[in-house]
Design a protein around this ligand. Structure first.
Ligand code: ZN
Length: 359
């Protein structure tokens, strides 16, 4: 008699049309199997039903050819366990029954663990510091002019000092927070790094030499794009859009700072968070995959995962999907006071600065 339609539908939905044993998304190629055979009194209930692909079905229970044994057949107990486990996975991971035709997947492990330094920063209380000037009968802006006229030597330092126009900017400068990091963005030719956007130089507190900004943290992501579908992808374009990242770029594979253009990337950023994959060949046949060049990004210390949205446009086919990249931030216990002035009302603040991770 077989399972009633209702039971069939229930089990197909519960397993999202994936085989409960091998977890393959098999779409229409599904069979509903009696875990306990009907001949032995097995009921046509959801409890006794399991969805299997043709292949796994042939190795299950009574379908198994005992005259020509091969391997170990699936026992009833095992099938019950597989079923329960898979239904739980479908629920927890929100697996859908939509046929997987193309897939973007992560291939690397370990480069998604940025290390952050906890650094205690003591900020100047702006108003009490201002009062000191008032008591001394001095105008803080005069001091800024003094700094401007005294600044000698280094071009970058002079540039920064000349930008100071207000008292607040002056305090920010004392704190090492002025100007904005973009202002001092310049390639650091001494640093061996394989990630371009992380090159910043910050002026040191005391003047003319530069120290590397510690706000460096990179994650490196390797992606693979696979065509599982029945169609050959022709003239395809793949866009990868990132969420929750601070800065992002394709990884710079140069060995020295001046050979930046020698390496041809197959991924390039057309917007600050949107990359276009530029394949070497514009055809991707069935069951073939392409490797996307490493992508480097920084995350906030609170970021636990980055969501990637991908969009595929091929001649006869379009698709899109989401990919969750787990990030495991770790913290290093290194605390240092950056700048200290004994002023009334001053409260130390904790800033968390990421550190570069070399893999
Ligand atoms: Zn299977």
């Amino acid at each position: 008699m077989g399972f009633p339609k209702k039971v069939k539908n229930q089990i197909l939905v519960l397993c999202a049309r994936h085989c409960c044993v091998c977890h393959k998304n098999v779409g229409l190629n599904m069979e509903i199997h009696h875990i306990k055979p009907e001949a032995e009194g097995g009921e046509n209930t959801l409890e006794n039903a399991i969805a299997l692909c043709f292949n796994c079905h042939s190795f299950a229970g009574h379908n198994y050819n005992n005259l020509h044994p091969k391997g170990i057949k699936y026992s009833r107990e095992e099938l019950f366990l597989h079923k329960a486990k898979w239904i739980k996975m479908v629920e927890e991971n929100k697996i859908s029954s939509k046929d997987t035709l193309v897939e973007l997947s992560i291939t690397n492990k370990g480069s998604l663990k940025p290390i952050f330094i906890k650094e205690i920063t003591t900020y100047i209380d702006r108003d009490s510091w201002k009062r000191v000037y008032e008591i001394l009968g001095k105008n803080p802006m005069e001091l800024i002019d003094e700094i401007k006229s005294n600044s000698t030597g280094d071009f970058y330092y002079r540039n920064i000092v000349n930008k100071i126009e207000t008292y607040d900017q002056y305090i920010d400068f004392m704190n090492g927070d002025f100007p904005e990091k973009d202002f001092s963005k310049m390639p650091d030719i001494k640093e061996v790094t394989n990630c371009q956007p992380l090159n910043y130089l910050m002026p040191s507190m005391l003047g003319y030499n530069y120290t590397k900004e510690k706000n460096l943290s990179n994650c490196i992501l390797d992606l693979k794009f696979t065509n599982y579908g029945p169609e050959v992808l022709e003239d395809y374009k793949l866009y990868i859009i990132f969420d929750e990242v601070v800065e992002i770029d394709s990884v710079n594979k140069r060995n020295s700072w001046d050979d930046i253009y020698k390496y041809k990337y197959n991924v390039r950023f057309i917007e600050s968070n949107k990359a276009e994959f530029v394949p070497e060949q514009n055809v991707l046949v069935q069951n073939d995959s392409v490797i996307i060049d490493s992508i480097c990004f920084r995350t906030d210390y609170k970021t636990k995962y980055v969501v990637i949205k991908w969009e595929l446009f091929a001649r006869n086919f379009q698709d899109e999907g989401l990919l969750k990249v787990p990030i495991s931030p770790t913290f290093e216990k290194s605390e240092q006071t950056r700048f200290e002035i004994n002023a009334k009302g001053m409260k130390p603040k904790t800033r968390i600065l990421p550190k570069i991770v070399t893999t």
